[in-house]
Design a protein around this ligand. Sequence first.
Ligand SMILES: *Cc1c(COP(=O)(O)O)cnc(C)c1O
Length: 360
Amino acid sequence: MERIFNFSAGPAALPLEVLEQARDELVNWHGCGMSVMEMSHRGKEYMSIQADAEADLRELLGIPANYKVLFLQGGASAQFAMVPMNLLRGKASADYLNTGEWSKKAIKEAKKYGQVNVVATSEDKNFSYAPTQDAWKLDPNAAYVHYTSNETIGGVELFWTPQTGDVPLVADMSSNILSRPIDVEKFGLIYFGAQKNVGPAGLTIVIVRDDLIGQTVKGTPTMFDYAIHAENDSMYNTPPTYAIYIAGLVFKMLKAKGGLAAMEKTNRAKAKLLYDALDASSFFISPVAPENRSLMNIPFTLKDAALDDEFIKAAKARGMIQIKGHRSVGGMRASIYNAMPIEGVQALVDLMRDFEKQHG
Ligand SMILES: *Cc1c(COP(=O)(O)O)cnc(C)c1O
């Protein structure tokens, strides 16, 4: 069967070469006579897989030595609680930027553990942009400042790094990690679920500066304590071994392709192709402010929403799936993570042109 172009927001498309390598190694990894899925997480084969994955991720992102890399579970959603439980460190409040659905969930959860100060919100314009820092009301006594670097549902991305002085900066990078280079040193903590741009669902990665851990709020479960996972090299309990193995293959593939600078070039070209097509037409509309248009998740609407279903059907007939918008936004959404080839974006743009000719 032919591979289709899968525009899903997550779990999302994985690179074909990674899937093929995993298939080739599925029942017998490197001649050891068993699958990665069957290995003891404390055996030397699996330990080497996880160590390689960490080393390759450190190289790709340029992670400094004083940062821990933790392989966890529970999704980014568990981090909405783990971040305040670990980083409040006796302080009364934390600062949060509100740019959409994922910010709102992070804020709601943090309120269980401390006071939340919303430094700025774009709710006034239906979360179609990100407030610039001159509009933020930062609290110098906040335990940390949290923001969502790419709102997966609204398609709003920040292309600048907030300046928070001595207050640690925390980012939910679930849907744009590895899409372009970042300066890890500017952050206290970065977290992301793997199923958008890294690997299979079931793996969550946390990158945290080591001086920030070890001061959890009273009653924090052992499994929610970053220090426990750091002390045990993410093997306090059984890690999601197969997901870490696949993520490791993705890291190696990204390195071989020239790293994140090369990914950024490709991702910018892909996004430009689609945004240019949206801007050139009055039949399709991008709801997002130009300076915040995500390179990864591109929502758009048809002028006549009654044609939505027909557009989705026409896409399916040409081998393109999962372009229906999130239920909270409507319209369409094309998620074009690293694994989406430019040919997939071109196929979508071609369909848009033909569909407009037919219905416009
Ligand atoms: C998908 C997503 C989440 C939630 O991830 P889970 O793994 O389902 O918990 C949180 N934040 C962002 C930005 C996301 O894209």
